[in-house]
Design a protein around this ligand. Sequence first.
Ligand code: ADE
Ligand code: ZN
Length: 337
Amino acid sequence: MDAGLRTTLQEMPKAELHIHIEGSLEPELIFALAARNGITLAYHSIDELRRAYAFTDLQSFLDIYYAGASVLLTEQDFFDMTWAYLQRAHGDHVCHTEIFFDPQTHTARGVAFSTVIDGVHRALREAQVQLGMSGALIMCFLRHLPEEDALATLEQALPHRAKLIGVGLDSSERGHPPENFARVFARCKALGLHLVAHAGEEGPPAYIETALDVLHVERIDHGVRCLEDAALTQRLARDKVPLTVCPLSNVKLRVFDRLSDHNLLRLLDAGLVATVNSDDPAYFGGYMNDNLVQTFEALPLQRKHAQQLAHNSFVASFLDNVTKEKYLAEVDAFFLR
Ligand code: ADE
Ligand code: ZN
């Protein structure tokens, strides 16, 4: 790729809309937190842990991801993890980020809900002050657990309502369709929360449809399998439903064999509001700019696509319209240089 396009990708202002904060936990920090908290890990070294990051599908990743998150105990742990991600994202010219977190992974281990959300939220406030970055929190429900657990988690979140911009649905997709979470999503909608769901990552296009029709989500996380259904693809384009696409994740979890097989360009050509994101950067080999640069190297994507992706990232965000317009003007100004 020519050096000019690489610099454009790296330096253009952008938003990240699909990042699981627990997936930003680097092996070095996992070991440091384990030592700080007196936890013995099943892996003896950072290298041994890294070598275990050879995934065959979503579930094989999730098993290791949940094990890694077990070192998080204190508010400071959640702050340190989030602050490390925010500094990395800032270095990638991410000026706005909407962060997923999985409270059930922690409350199931006896960590208080407030410990989790207060640590993550404190880091977001610090990023606004120190880095001039905006950020928001999306609480995800784990779909491999019963809806009753999600409803109980929502109860715990109510005193923290003001710290949340929305809710999402993640974890093992196959066999856990969106419609299983209709009641909890209806309650969240009534609370004025934004709604998103992982769908069409490993699961079929039908899960994208029920996420829209039953859960009433505003964005689809991943959604890459939509292209298997022409009518669905047309609907997503017509209704401008954004997709938060994560190319490196899709290759690591074998949704696509190689980055050169990825359908990002086909999604854009179909008129979809696709965005590029890192998903779980510590596990999948890269942060935002690694995803952009490697995907542009693998596919015939050009400068106009970079501009489209930067634009889409803010259009698809849950920012208020004034702030959205401010960032979109920054994108336009950047590409006029
Ligand atoms: N949790 C963290 N990363 C995920 C992914 N890619 N899909 C579903 N759940 C997840
Ligand atoms: Zn994800």
